[in-house]
Design a protein around this ligand. Structure first.
Ligand code: CTP
Ligand code: MG
Length: 390
C-alpha cells in the first residue's frame, strides 16, 4: 500500500555465478558495460526511483568499483551465502518506510514500463511482481539411470515470476524476519506471501529473463549487438562576456580577464553537447529540461545538465558513440586546456576519451566572437539506439 518515504531499488549482486563460470556474471562485460551497470543505470534513470542500493559478495569490492565507475551510489552492502540472506542484508541498510524494488543484477535489461506497472500496482497491493505465462510443457525431470521423463505438471494457470519485485519496505522487512532461517526461498514474493501479504501480478517482459548459463550471455550480447541505428544531432550555444576573472568551459575553470554571463555557470561547450545529446533521442532541448526561469539553476554547474542528458540517453538504451565539440572564440586560448576538457567530458559521460573530440577556432576577428563579445560552441553527438525505438 502507498506509504511515505523513498522508493529504493535494491539490486542483489552477491552471487558467485557458478553456473555461468568465470568472473561472477554481474561483473562480466555486456555491451561495453558490466552486467550490473545495466540494471543500475535503468534504475538511476527512472523518475520513480529515488535511490539505488547494491548488495555485493564479500571480496567483490574491486569488481564492484570497476563495474560502477563514476556512478554516484551509496557504499555497497555485503550480502550472504544465499540470495535470501543477501536481500535481508540489503533491506537492513535501506531507509525504513517507503517502497523497495528488489532486483537481480543477473537481469540486465530492465524496461522502464515494468517499473511503472509495479509502482502502479503497489498503490493498491502490499507487493507486486512481473510475471509471464509458461509456453512450454512442464514435467518432472528425467530420473537416473536412464533419464526417463517424469510426470507432467499441468501448466494452466502457472506463471514465470521475474524481478524487480516491489513491496512496502516495512512489510517486506517484517516478512523476511518471519521466514524460517533454515528454509530457502528463490524470490521475495514467496517470503511476502508466507507472511500474508497480497502480491499483485503485472505483465513481465521477456527481456527481463535471468542470465544463468553461458548461452544466456551470448544471447544478451546478440540482443545488444543487433538492430542498432545511429542518430546524429547538433547542439549550438552562445554566451556573452561580462566583467570577471574566469570562465567555465567544457566543465573546467579557465582563468580569463572576462567572465561569461548566463543563468547557470554559462558553460557554452557543455550546453552545446547537452543539446546535441538530447537531439539524438528527440528529447527536447536544455531549456525544456532546465528552464532559465527556474531559480534552482541559477549559477548551476552545467555538469548537472550534461549528466541528465547522459542518463536520458542511457534510459533510451542509447550508446554514445562520439562527441565532437568546437569552441569558437578569439580568447582565451583553448589549446592549453583541451586535454583537461576532453578528460572532464569523458568522465561526465562515462565513455572512453577516444570518443570525445574537442576543437577550437577563431572567426578571424569577424562577427561577435571575432569582436570578443562572447563565446559560441557547436557540438555533434552520435548515439546508437535500438532500431525498435519509435
Ligand atoms: N545473489 C546474491 N547473493 C547470493 C546468491 C545470489 O545476491 N548469495 C544474487 C545474484 O548475484 C543474482 C541473483 O541473486 O543477481 C539471482 O541469483 P542467481 O541467478 O542464482 O545468481 P548466482 O547465485 O550468482 O549464480 P549461480 O546460482 O549460477 O551460482
Ligand atoms: Mg544462485
Amino acid at each position: 500500500m502507498r506509504s511515505e518515504g523513498p522508493t529504493v531499488a535494491l539490486i542483489v549482486a552477491a552471487g558467485r555465478g557458478e553456473r555461468l563460470g568465470g568472473t561472477p556474471k554481474q561483473y562480466q562485460p555486456l555491451g561495453g558495460r558490466a552486467l550490473l551497470a545495466h540494471s543500475v543505470d535503468a534504475c538511476l534513470a527512472h523518475p520513480g526511483i529515488d535511490a539505488v542500493q547494491v548488495v555485493i559478495g564479500a571480496g567483490q569490492d574491486a569488481a564492484y568499483r570497476a563495474a560502477i565507475g563514476a556512478r554516484a551510489l551509496p557504499a555497497p552492502v555485503i550480502g550472504g551465502a544465499t540470495r535470501r540472506e543477501s536481500v535481508r542484508a540489503g533491506l537492513a541498510a535501506i531507509a525504513p518506510g517507503g517502497r523497495v524494488l528488489i532486483h537481480d543484477a543477473a537481469r540486465p535489461f530492465l524496461p522502464a514500463a515494468v517499473i511503472d506497472r509495479l509502482l502502479a500496482a503497489l498503490e493498491t497491493h502490499d507487493g507486486a511482481v512481473p510475471v509471464l505465462p509458461v509456453a512450454d510443457s512442464l514435467a518432472h525431470g528425467g530420473k537416473a539411470p536412464d533419464s526417463t521423463l517424469g510426470e507432467a505438471v499441468p501448466r494452466a494457470g502457472l506463471v514465470r515470476v521475474q524481478t524487480p519485485q516491489a513491496f512496502g519496505t516495512t512489510a517486506i522487512v517484517r516478512a523476511h524476519a518471519l521466514w524460517p532461517a533454515e528454509r530457502e526461498a528463490t524470490d521475495d514474493a514467496q517470503v511476502a506471501r508466507a507472511a500474508g501479504l497480497a502480491v499483485a501480478t503485472v505483465a513481465g517482459d521477456p527481456a527481463l529473463d535471468k542470465i544463468t548459463w553461458g548461452t544466456d550471455m551470448v544471447a544478451a550480447e546478440a540482443r545488444l549487438a543487433t538492430a542498432r541505428t545511429t542518430r546524429t544531432a547538433l547542439g549550438f550555444d552562445v554566451h556573452t562576456f561580462t566583467a570577471g576573472t574566469g570562465i567555465r568551459l567544457g566543465g573546467v575553470t579557465i582563468p580569463h580577464d572576462r567572465a561569461l554571463a548566463g543563468h547557470s555557470d554559462a558553460d557554452v561547450a557543455l550546453h552545446a553537447i547537452t543539446d546535441a545529446l538530447l537531439g539524438t533521442i528527440a528529447a527536447g532541448d536544455i531549456g525544456s529540461h532546465f528552464p532559465p526561469s527556474d531559480p534552482r539553476w541559477r549559477g548551476a554547474d552545467s555538469a548537472i545538465f550534461l549528466t541528465h542528458a547522459r542518463d536520458l540517453v542511457a534510459a533510451a538504451d542509447g550508446r554514445i558513440d562520439h562527441i565532437d565539440v568546437t569552441i569558437i572564440c578569439e580568447a582565451p586560448k583553448i589549446g592549453p586546456h583541451r586535454a583537461t576538457i576532453r578528460t572532464r567530458i569523458a568522465t561526465l559521460l562515462q565513455v572512453e576519451e577516444a570518443r570525445i573530440s574537442v576543437k577550437a577556432t577563431t572567426t578571424e576577428r569577424l562577427g561577435f566572437t571575432g569582436r570578443g563579445e562572447g563565446i559560441a560552441a557547436q557540438a555533434v553527438a552520435s548515439v546508437r539506439v535500438p532500431e525498435t525505438n519509435p
